[in-house]
Structures are given as structure tokens and as C-alpha cells.
Design a protein around this ligand. Sequence first.
Ligand code: KIV
Length: 271
Amino acid sequence: MYISKDLPKITTHVLQEMKNRGEKIAMLTGYDYSSARLLDEAGIDVILVGDSASNVMAGHATTLPITLDQMIYHASSVERAVERALVVVDMPFGAYQGNSKEALNSAIRIMKESGVNAIKMEGGEEIVESIDRILSAGIPVLGHLGLTPQSINKFGTYVVRATEKQEAEKLKRDAKILERAGCFGMVLEKIPASLAAEVTESVKIPTIGIGAGNEVDGQVLVLHDMLGINQDFSPRFLRRYANLHETMINAFNAYIDDVKSVDFPSEKEQY
Ligand code: KIV
């Protein structure tokens, strides 16, 4: 009843309409063609080509090493698969922090070379000049506040952010700054649910939470985490919708057994 699967194509305007009428936005990460096809077929509203690809696709400990070229490769793979979902791509660490011209050049490369619909950037006041410049070029921007993994070396830890008044006040100010700048929405990552609810109430644009409670306009999870592929990451906010770790290990074991016992290929599976 709440799923707009019949809508032709999700745009940033559709997300705004969803917020206005109280329909929640469902967003998941996606990094490759085959997964993106499944996500789109299932009716996901937004696919985020997250820089979490650095972790779950490339095995890095943080999101910092992934490059602009690598993000464009993932983004174009996803874009080729998608008919309906809005595709948003993370600007990777180092592609926009230098200055607003560099930020605009990075955003233009993502849009030109992958054909996606929008980009996401981590930060508030510090990056507003870059956001302004990118928006002036007609590129939609999704903000990202709270736990911003590209700043892990400043934070030193992945614990809940903005539990202290000073950080919470800055986050509220940043949310208004992103809204005023013209962002079409913002991700709120790992902050107290009450703070996320207050921010959601205070801005007109959609908020998408991850570890931010349910009084936000939508939710996002990392695909590999919600599918249970990755079993060693178990934060409180994560709900696993499958145990693909077990399913895949069982399939691999069965294949190994069949090859070793010469059960595979059978008569019917050869020419
Ligand atoms: O890169 C990512 O997957 C993200 C989400 C966790 C919001 O930024």
C-alpha cells in the first residue's frame, strides 16, 4: 500500500512528494550491475552507490582509499541496470575537500561518465561552497550528517555521534544549511533517534536515516550487511533480512563436493 512501484521513474521531486505525503523512502546501497537489477526489480526507491564499496567490495578497513575512477566504474555498472530507482553516487574522500572547483570537476565527471542522477557529499557548513557550486551546475546533491565515515580519523571511532549538546547543535545548524543551499535531502547516520526526529521536523527536504531511528523520512542500509553476507559487522541498528553467508557457503560446499566426487557435470550437463 505504501510502495510507489507503479511510478515510472523516481526523481528528486518524487522523493519530496513522498515526504510531503508521509510515504517512507526505501534506499539501499548497490555497487554492481546484477545486484542493481534485482534492487530495481524489487522496487527500491533509491540506490546509493556508496563509498562503502571501499569496505564491502574492495576489503579496505575504511572508505578513504576508494578513488573517483573506481566510484565511476561502480556507478556506471549500477546505472546500466536501473530503470526506475534514483541512483545517487558518493563523492569519494579527496574528490571534493580541496576546493569548490575541484568538487565541481569531480561531480561533473561522475555525472558525465556514469549517467547517474545525483551525488552525495559528507559534511555541513565546511563544504557548503562546494555544494553551492555543484548545485549551480544543475547537479542534485544529497547531504550526509552525523557519523561521516570519511572523517573516521578525526572521530577515532564509529560510535554514535551528536550525543553531546554542542555536536547536536552543530548538526541541527548544518541540516538547515544543507536545506537552504538546495540539497534534495540528507542522510543522517548513527545519531540519537530524538535528534533525527527533531531535524526531520525542522527541514522540508527528506531525511534518510541509518541508525537514526524511525522518525525520519526514509531508511538506508548497506546491501551486504542487510543480506547477511558480512557476518562480522553487527551494530544495533542493523536488521538482517537474509543469511546469504550461510546460503553461499552451503552452495560453495555443495559445488566443491560435486566436483571432487565427479558428480558434476552429469550426463545432462555436457555436450
Ligand atoms: O557509503 C555508504 O554506504 C553510505 C551509507 C552508509 C549511507 O554512505
